[in-house]
Ligand binder design. Structure first.
Ligand code: SDX
Length: 428
């Protein structure tokens, strides 16, 4: 086994090197504090691994993404979302029997308790759907307490996982109906995952939902592309919260809240708002790029840059091509895609972006496809959450399967006041 040698104050410490199946290497520092009294400091965890994992592999330099070893390009083209969910959670693509059981669990658990419908009356129609989603997901633990156990294995977990993947879709669709003042539409037992969501979103007593296989495939592709992304901010949140042994619903609720941030999953909404702002105010691409580089400017090029990808995000590549193909097939156009492509072209030629290896990420084109499907902009991050849920569950399960389960508790370096006495108010 390879080692790294740390020398400090005349002492030498050998730290083992951990190597993964894709030849990634890390220094295992678990003995550091005991041996030297030192901790490491790495704000934003830019150089720090929180775990080993066999779920998703990303090579940021080469723009590679694989779920359980299968390239994202193949899954996006050939798999169903429920197959990908099963693959992430259980490690392999389901056999026909496994797929049938998983689909049955999804179908039979697609409704939410009728009493939960009253929760929606408490939200104003203008409530952001991510606030509703996080609230309702946590509230599921109130109604589905039989899963509220510390038994995270076997049938209990299987049902909890499938029912959450199914119900998050129902909650999202109900929040949309609530926002437009229409009656919610119950799921149908004979529709597949994506088509059932679209049915619950767009079916109404006066406007029947007309199934469109291409649109349903576009949504499945979007969900698959978002299904997992190793230790990103929100999934790391799910692991950290879950490490306290709280139930899955509360852990996922925390992850949904982290995903909402505009630097993370909330970027897909910000990209469309940015593109609409450029269009509405007829801003020049040149000025936008200049503002994006200007530290004093409030303008940020959302949908660009990534902590791990220092190459084109493979998901953005797939989405850009998907938009071009489906737009052509439907003779559909969206002025925002032309602005996005011009921004991309200008940025990829600009030294500021090239030097910093800033490329389009998954959020740059996803909103343009959601718009074509008819999803409102303020629901884009909800769509991200629906897609990411199987990955969050898979990572939560992997953490619970690891023995022993260690509660996550980072250290710090204190930089505040040294010891000083209490001073009564009259003497301050
Ligand atoms: C997601 O982690 C994941 O895997 C996330 C995700 C997933 O699937 O879970 O992939 C989903 O969150 C994608 C990212 C969505 N966010 C955005 O599109 C927001 C815009 N992007 C940036 O805020 C930024 O790129 C981050 C947050 C994505 C990454 O931030 P980092 O890794 O902390 O990088 P940084 O902010 O330190 O940037 C390095 C440099 C800085 O310039 P200098 O200080 O070196 O001069 O690049 C600049 C930054 O100012 N920079 C940008 C930029 N992104 C980085 N400059 C202009 N526009 C940008 N978008």
């Amino acid at each position: 086994m390879e080692h790294a040698i740390l020398t400090y104050q005349g002492k030498t410490l050998e730290l083992p090197i951990v190597e993964g199946s894709e030849e990634e290497k890390a220094i295992d520092i678990s003995s550091l504090r005991q041996a030297t009294g030192l901790i490491t400091l790495d704000v934003g965890y830019q150089n720090t691994g929180s775990c080993t994992s066999s779920i998703t592999f990303i090579d940021g330099d080469k723009g590679i993404l694989r779920y359980r070893g299968i390239p994202i390009e193949e899954l996006a083209e050939k798999a169903s979302f429920s197959e990908v969910a099963y693959l992430l959670i259980y490690g392999n693509l389901p056999t026909p029997e496994e797929q049938q059981i998983f689909s049955k669990h999804l179908t039979q658990n697609s409704m939410i308790h009728e009493e939960m419908l009253r929760f929606f009356d408490g939200f104003p129609p203008t409530a952001h759907p991510m606030a509703i989603l996080s609230t309702m997901v946590n509230a599921l633990s109130v109604y589905y307490t039989d899963y509220y156990t510390e038994d995270f294995q076997g049938d209990t977990f299987d049902l909890m996982a499938a029912s959450l993947i199914s119900r998050i879709r129902t909650i999202a669709a109900y929040s949309y109906k609530h926002s437009i003042g229409e009656p919610h539409v119950y799921p149908k037992r004979d529709l597949k995952y994506a088509s059932n969501f679209l049915y619950m979103m767009f079916e109404s007593p006066v406007n029947p939902y007309v199934p469109d296989p291409d649109i349903e495939r576009a949504l499945s592709t979007l969900l698959i592309l978002h299904a997992d992304h190793e230790q990103n901010c929100s999934t790391s949140t799910v692991r950290l919260v879950g490490s306290s042994m709280v139930n899955l619903y509360a852990s996922i609720c925390a992850g949904i809240c982290a995903l909402w941030g505009p630097l993370h999953g909330g970027a897909n909404q910000k990209v469309i708002e940015m593109l609409e702002d450029i269009r509405r105010n007829n801003l020049s691409i040149k000025d936008c790029i200049a503002s994006a580089k200007d530290k004093n400017s409030k303008f940020r090029l959302f949908g660009f840059g990534h902590r791990v990808y220092k190459n084109y995000d493979p998901r953005a590549k797939i989405l850009k091509k998907y938009c071009e193909t489906i737009f052509k097939k439907y003779n559909y156009d969206d002025p925002l895609i032309h602005i996005a492509m011009e921004l991309e072209e200008a940025a990829l030629k600009d030294d500021f972006f090239v030097e910093r290896k800033l490329y389009p990420n998954v959020d740059f084109y996803s909103g343009i496809l959601y718009r074509m499907i008819g999803i409102p902009t303020n629901m884009f991050t909800v769509m991200f959450a629906i897609g990411r849920l199987p990955g969050m569950i898979a990572q939560w399960k992997e953490m619970h399967d690891a023995v022993p389960l260690k509660i996550g508790r980072p250290r710090q370096i204190y930089t505040g006041s040294t010891i000083r006495p209490y001073v009564p108010i009259g003497q301050r």
